[in-house]
Design a protein around this ligand. Structure first.
Ligand code: SIN
Ligand code: FE2
Length: 209
């Protein structure tokens, strides 16, 4: 039973309360069985920043809303700008996992309406940013890691400076609640798999937008 994991929660508090790691909490092989349904309706794509740069990490969404970036800015919208259609729904198994993880981390009644799915190829990284496009910062961001390992960088209240480095491996679930919810964070450059067998890292990042 997943409640066994309640004892394995690790509070990561280098810079403020509310950042909780649930090591190995997610069965990603089972979860990702639902991914092809999503990407056939809403394929991974590289988005542009408002300044016109290409975001290296490929993204797609499922849920009532999806996170979109282009020359007009960063925002959530209820349709996929590529297809003009509504985003596919969040699979039931995904939202159940996010709600359970948030509860274990001390955030009850979490009901995300967005899952931003990020795909990182080896060599790609996500630069330091805050997740500020959501309406309610009392709701955490919950991230499931799968595939290649990553180092999550927690910069805290300023964009730069020496970050706390948090290794994330397949199955880890990170809950950014409390003060950590507004912290600057990044994902360091992804290293290739020495065996060549794991092609990428995919993260599922749940939000209540
Ligand atoms: C994000 O910071 O929004 C994504 C983090 C991740 O892909 O792990
Ligand atoms: Fe983020």
């Amino acid at each position: 039973m997943q409640d066994l994991f309640a004892d394995q929660r690790r509070d990561i508090e280098p810079l403020g309360a509310g950042l909780v790691l649930l090591p190995g909490f997610a069965d990603t092989a089972a979860l990702l069985e639902a991914l092809p349904n999503i990407t056939s309706a809403a394929p991974f794509r590289q988005q542009q920043t408002p300044g016109g740069k290409t975001i290296a990490v490929s993204m797609t969404n499922c849920g009532a809303l999806g996170w979109v970036s282009d020359r007009r800015g960063y925002r959530y919208q209820d349709t996929d700008p590529v297809s003009g259609r509504r985003w596919p729904p969040i699979p039931e198994s995904w939202s159940a996992l996010a709600t359970h993880a948030a509860a274990l981390a001390g955030c009850p009644d979490y009901t995300p309406n967005v899952c931003l799915v990020n795909r990182y190829l080896p060599g790609q990284r996500l630069s330091s940013h805050q997740d500020l496009d959501e309406r309610d910062f009392s709701q955490p961001v919950v991230t499931v890691s799968s595939g290649l390992p990553a180092t999550f960088l927690v910069h805290g209240e300023t964009r730069g400076g020496k970050p706390h480095r948090l290794p994330l491996v397949d199955g880890d679930v990170l809950v950014m609640g409390g003060a950590s919810r507004r912290h600057y964070h990044a994902v360091d450059r992804i290293a290739p798999d020495p065996t060549g067998r794991v092609p990428h890292r995919i993260s599922l990042t749940f939000r209540a937008a």
